[in-house]
Design a binder for this molecule. Structure first.
Ligand code: URA
Length: 210
């Protein structure tokens, strides 16, 4: 069931995640930890990027040195919590283009409704990395990926901090071609759709709202 999911078990990621889950952690610390973990997750999600070589001269001799083959990247933040993952990844890949998808849940139909969509035009030529800290029901993530595919994206990866089994299953059903990288596969969703044991509302914790 989880063959499209990678859980990054690196000790640094797990340690930082525990600090983030702790309700005693301040907003400032939470934001900083999220930024740090985003870079460690980005390391994993970009592991298979294509490489080529470039002829360079070190101070001692010439060599064919490895460089990225140059497939361009787009980072897509699902508003608003996705922005907490965005900056850290952008530091590692400063040339990436950035897009934003805003979705809210219709209280009657419970379906995601788009309120904002602004993405780079050439998505079809880019590796698209979607960032959202919490993969809960998976409904908004699946809807966001639907929109990105309609906009031309055909090489999409999904990066989150925590995933619930329900969300992973939903994504696999809707988008089996989209690999997911996360720091933890938690136990389940509660009745309100929170990930358990989770860390609460990621947006509220990173922006200090309630
Ligand atoms: N969104 C959050 O911020 N937290 C959850 O636990 C689930 C969805």
């Amino acid at each position: 069931m989880y063959d499209h999911l990678t859980v990054v078990t690196h000790p640094l990621v797990q340690h930082k995640l525990t600090l983030m889950r702790d309700k005693a952690t301040s907003t400032a610390e939470f934001r900083q930890l999220l930024r740090e973990i985003s870079q460690l997750l980005a390391y994993e999600i970009t592991r298979e990027l294509e490489m080529t070589t470039r002829r360079i001269e070190t101070p001692l001799r010439e060599m064919d040195a490895p460089v990225l083959a140059g497939k361009k990247m787009a980072l897509i933040s699902i508003l608003r919590a996705g922005n907490g993952l965005l900056d850290g990844v952008l530091e590692l890949v400063p040339s990436a283009r950035v897009g934003f998808v805003g979705l809210y849940r219709d209280e009657e139909t419970l379906q995601p409704v788009q309120y904002y969509f602004k993405v780079p035009q050439d998505l079809k030529d880019r590796l698209v990395i979607v960032v959202d800290p919490m993969l809960a029901t998976g409904n908004s993530s699946a809807a966001a990926v639907d929109l990105l595919k309609q906009a031309g994206a055909n090489d999409i990866r999904f990066m989150c901090l925590l995933a619930a089994p329900e969300g992973v299953a939903r994504m696999k059903e809707a988008h089996p071609d989209v690999p997911i990288v996360t720091a933890s596969l938690d136990e389940r969703l509660d009745e309100q759709g929170y990930i358990m044991p989770g860390l609460g509302d990621a947006g509220d914790r990173m922006f200090g709202t309630r």
